[in-house]
Write a protein of this length. Structure first.
Lengths: 301, 327
């Protein structure tokens, strides 16, 4: 909303504000037909985007026979949480949620630390081989993930980490994208701050940690949020390394729930609703960072 | 990091020159700190880079070389790997399932690209001046994108369900007989492709909203004075000036579409009769690598996919001159 308000507030008076969408002409001031039509289209779109989730939650509260009733009932007869209880008893669902959480935390914290250190070095320090190293990092960014999965799986196996939480987050802690994103932000900071700190006798790590890092907080937030999202949602890698239900994150857990309950949709919907809730909450709380992170990121991983 | 020494000489020369300059002009401002700094900052720069460099070496650079080796290797069931030359690549080229997976992947990509016009139109609507509730719309359109694909797949399987799904219930209201969308081999690819569109609209919306916002208002005002209607303004101002964003979006979209896995995996589970007909290159890769123990062929397939991604990206960059206008 604030963004859309700016161009208008920059205008001297509403009467001179020429609209460029829908009904044309400077006489537009009242509630015009064009904006009603726009709202109608946008609302229809919003319904299409949101209805599947509404139906998901409603189905989750229905009983199995209720869910396959023809014609369908919209609201469940009573708001019992039976399906939810079944989800938690059929699978180690709590462990799976925990694994997802640890996976997300591991990858996110790892990226924040490792990427910011490297990004700072690339952005603000002079050293031999900088360009070559940077080119290598750039090429890491270009390689599609599936090219690496087979050997990565083997490495995890050799480390004896298959079916463990570290297996989920280990490779994902290192991200070339994170380095590039943060490097851009570090490069935009003024030199004087560092020099002042250096004259005061601060070492490189100290300058990095107490002077520079706090200044790129918005970028760190965007990276953290976007990494959390990819980690929570990631499916392929967990399927590959953790086949034991106790060690699966929720994304993979849902596929085994599907295998177990086939067409018991109330249970499937309950499971999928619980699995998507944490990211939804995070999104609603940190919308701005999500949008920024996504606008900056582009592709996955 | 074996590349280091080869360039070390060139770097050292530069270093030396810089050091000399500083020595010759000791009274110039930042020079003394620089002169004292380099060796120490160099050491800490390497220290800063060490953790991620180790991670990249272990989990990215080394695996990449290994995959290359794998693609020329045959894996015995009980160990015992043998060098087989181009055999895996031959299999990839000849196998009919690869052709089918490739065809499906290209359908997903074509459908994925259909997201862009939809997102452009919505972004344009949202950018209408004085429109209320923009933030709410944007937030709602974005929810499918942040939801984990395995959950999205389950939800849509339920909506697509042939007997009780909402899609067919809605269609029966207008007198259309539904199908078993996801288990019918003729419709399954498109049904899944539609979900892909649905789940990524929000992402492209953000790119296009930002792009449209960057177009100067004066253009629209001038066009309006000249009597251009909304459609004319959209096609003659918005679209051309948005073309860099559209280009960026289409590159990203093609790269992502070629690597579709999650939704396909979840929506066509093992007992689905349409299993083979929805397969993408990446799901086939997964099957070969982790279900059928043909890692060698899987590695070759992965290279084929990378080649395809590189090729299509290159083509797009070549074509961009024809239609992308940089202001």
């Amino acid at each position: 909303m604030p963004e859309s308000a700016t161009p208008e507030s920059a205008m001297p008076a509403p009467a001179t504000a020429g609209a460029y969408g829908g009904t044309a002409g400077p006489r537009r001031r009242r509630f015009d037909k064009g904006s009603v039509a726009t709202h109608a289209v946008l609302c229809l779109g919003a319904v299409i985007m949101v209805f599947p989730f509404v139906w998901q939650v409603l189905t989750a509260y229905k009983t199995m026979p209720e869910s396959v009733q023809v014609p369908p009932s919209f609201l469940p007869e009573s708001w019992r949480g039976d399906a939810f209880r079944e989800v938690f008893s059929a699978l180690p669902f709590l462990e799976m949620l925990g694994n997802s959480l640890l996976n997300t935390l591991g990858r996110t914290l790892g990226q924040l630390v490792f990427c910011s250190l490297a990004a700072y070095a690339f952005a603000r320090m002079q050293f031999r081989g900088k360009n070559v190293l940077f080119a290598i990092f750039l090429s890491v960014l270009m390689v599609p993930a599936q090219l690496l999965i087979l050997p990565q799986h083997q490495i995890i196996q050799e480390m004896g980490l298959l079916n463990s939480v570290p297996a989920l987050f280990l490779p994902g802690m290192f991200s070339a994208f994170g380095v590039f994103l943060l490097r851009q932000f570090f490069m935009s900071l003024p030199k004087e701050l560092e020099e002042a700190a250096r004259i005061d006798g601060a070492g490189s790590l100290r300058i990095f940690w107490s002077v520079m890092l706090p200044l790129v907080r918005p970028a760190l937030a965007a990276l953290a949020v976007i990494t959390s999202m990819w980690s929570w949602n990631d499916l392929l890698w967990p399927l590959v390394v953790n086949t034991d239900p106790e060690a699966m994150p929720i994304s993979a857990g849902l596929t085994s729930l599907e295998g177990q309950f086939l067409t018991n949709y109330p249970v499937l919907m309950a499971g999928s609703a619980v699995a998507s809730l944490p990211m939804l909450i995070l999104y609603l709380l940190l919308q701005r960072h999500f949008v920024q992170g996504i606008a900056l990121s582009g592709s996955k991983a | 990091m074996a590349v280091f020494p080869s360039t070390a000489a060139a770097q050292a020369r530069g270093k030396y020159r810089r050091g000399q300059g500083a020595r010759q002009a000791p009274d110039s401002g930042p020079a003394p700190t620089r002169n004292r700094g380099p060796r120490r900052t160099q050491r800490s720069a390497y220290l800063f880079l060490t953790p991620i460099a180790i991670g990249f070496l272990v989990f990215y650079v080394w695996p990449l070389l290994q995959t290359l080796g794998f693609s020329f290797t045959s894996f015995g069931v009980f160990g015992g790997n043998t060098w087989v030359g181009g055999e895996n690549y031959e299999r990839v080229v000849q196998d009919v399932t690869v052709g089918r997976a490739l065809r499906n992947t290209l359908i997903y990509t074509a459908l994925g690209l259909c997201t862009l016009p939809v997102a452009i139109v919505i972004a344009n609507l949202l950018n209408r001046r004085g429109l209320r509730g923009v933030a709410i719309y944007r937030a709602l359109y974005f929810i499918p994108f942040i939801t984990l694909p395995s959950a999205v797949g389950l939800v849509w399987n339920w909506l697509y369900n042939g007997d009780f799904g909402m899609v067919n219930q809605a269609l029966s209201v207008i007198g259309v007989d539904g199908r078993y969308w996801v288990s019918d081999p003729t419709t399954a690819v498109y049904a899944i492709g539609l979900v892909m569109i649905w789940s990524q609209i929000g992402y492209y919306l953000i790119i296009f909203i930002a792009g449209i916002k960057a177009i100067p208002q004066d253009y629209y005002e001038a066009a309006e004075l000249d009597g251009a209607g909304p459609l004319r303004r959209f096609f003659s101002i918005t679209l051309p000036l948005l073309s860099p964003s559209i280009f960026f979006a289409s590159v990203i979209c093609v790269i992502n579409s070629l690597q579709q896995f999650d939704l396909i995996y979840v929506m066509t589970s093992a007992n689905n009769p349409a299993l083979g007909s929805t397969e993408s290159v990446l799901t086939l890769f997964y099957q070969w690598a982790f279900e059928e123990n043909s890692q060698g062929a899987a590695a070759a397939l992965a290279f084929l996919l990378m080649l395809l991604i590189a090729l299509l990206t290159y083509v797009q960059f070549r074509l961009q001159k024809r239609w992308v206008h940089y202001a």
